[in-house]
Design a protein around this ligand. Structure first.
Ligand SMILES: [Fe+2]
Ligand SMILES: [Fe+2]
Length: 385
């Protein structure tokens, strides 16, 4: 029976991880490869580009590998299940081999008709190069188990695939930043030419005009970091992105300009501590200039420097991402990142305390809101001093 390899995915957008898989399949397994972009449920809210556009990006990828084809089978606007696509090939006497990631094999029982798939099609499984995904040895074990139970044909590829995040690319594109190490050049050119993933354009323009470059990059990093942490927290992603984009918008707006725009300082620390002003002015301007009404988003901006007692999850998330984004390099930041990765609540408290401790050593006193936050979240540490 003729065999064909099928590489499915959302491809939103196509990136270096996809390219590495295509290269590996063609070089090591089978030249008969079809890239098959999936139809997406409309409720998946981070999908803003049409099927046609994702199909075009797949074609650009396929153009680099002349043996490869792109199929629009699953882009018919209906919900498509993999087993239906597989059945169609089997009816034509073609045996499909599904090219998937390790996490998909682990989660295969969330698919429709998993047993049928394991019995009737083959699998080529790739492991991603990151510590969160299933390990190579676990994959071999899983493959062995399904072989015994279902007579499944599963090959675990030896090549490790670079761990590129589509979400990170989409956020970098909101900021109009280069993604040259994350996606093939021709795809990035296509994304830029079509202005894909560009949104919040008026806010981004404001940031470009009012932030120093380093702060602008920091803001993008905070957004990427917050979305990564949020994979476990599951807060509405758009709120997370918006709060991160806005958080430092007033960093360089001086008090005089803020007052001219109608800002009223209701807090005596405002005059005393220069470094915390931008959180209050930022929340004020976010509402005034961009019509942001969501209290949670505004509060995440308003308390991102001091913290406060009883913070919402979004407030804690922005505070934490601001503290550990990849551009930060203070002593101990690596440990903080690890703690946040293992346990968000603990990580947040550590971030809060480490900021408090540093500032206390440097200045000897702190804004009342910061003291309030530390007393609320880490009283045991305060009492030890
Ligand atoms: Fe800030
Ligand atoms: Fe910041």
């Amino acid at each position: 029976m003729e065999e064909i390899y099928i590489f499915g995915g959302t491809f939103n957008p196509v990136h270096n991880g996809h390219e590495a898989i295509v290269k590996s399949v063609i070089n090591n397994y089978n030249k008969n490869l079809i890239i098959m972009p999936a139809g997406l449920p409309p409720h998946k809210n981070d999908v803003e580009v049409s099927s046609d556009i994702r199909y075009e990006m797949c074609k650009l990828l396929a153009n680099k590998f002349p043996e490869t084809k792109v199929s629009d089978t699953e882009l018919n606007g209906n919900k498509n299940y993999t087993f239906i696509t597989a059945e169609k090939f089997l009816l034509k006497n073609i045996k499909p081999c599904l090219v998937i990631g390790g996490d998909s094999l682990r989660d295969i029982f969330k698919w429709k008709k998993p047993e049928w798939l394991l019995q009737n099609v083959s699998f080529l499984v790739f492991k991603r190069k990151d510590s969160f995904s299933v390990s190579y040895s676990d994959l071999l074990e899983l493959a062995e188990k399904y072989k015994k139970l279902y007579n499944a044909k599963i090959t675990v590829a030896e090549d490790e695939i670079p761990n590129v995040s589509s979400t990170e690319i989409r956020i970098r594109k909101i900021f109009n930043l280069s993604c040259e190490n994350l996606m093939p050049l021709e795809i990035e050119r296509f994304v830029d030419e079509h202005n894909l993933y560009r949104k919040y354009i008026n806010i981004i323009d404001f940031l470009k005009n009012n932030l120093k470059e380093k702060r602008y990059i920091h803001t993008a990093n905070v957004a990427v970091t917050a979305v990564k942490i949020n994979k476990k927290l599951n807060l509405p992603q758009e709120k997370v992105i918006l709060a991160a984009i806005l958080h430092d918008m007033a960093k360089y707006i001086d008090a005089k300009t803020a007052f001219e725009k109608g800002f009223v300082a209701s807090n005596k620390d405002f005059n005393k501590y220069k470094n915390i002003r931008h959180q209050y002015v930022g929340a004020f301007l976010a509402a005034k200039l961009f019509g942001i009404e969501d209290e949670d988003v505004l509060n995440a901006v308003k308390y991102h420097t001091t913290g406060r007692a009883n913070m919402s999850m979004l407030e804690k998330l922005i505070y934490t991402a601001d503290c550990i984004e990849p551009g930060r390099n203070f002593e101990g930041v690596q440990e903080l990142r690890k703690t946040v990765e293992n346990n968000f609540e603990e990580g947040f408290k550590e971030c809060l305390y480490s900021t408090y401790f540093k500032e206390m050593q440097e200045k000897g006193e702190l804004a009342a809101k910061t003291i309030e936050a530390v007393n609320y979240y880490c009283p045991e540490k305060i009492n030890k001093i």
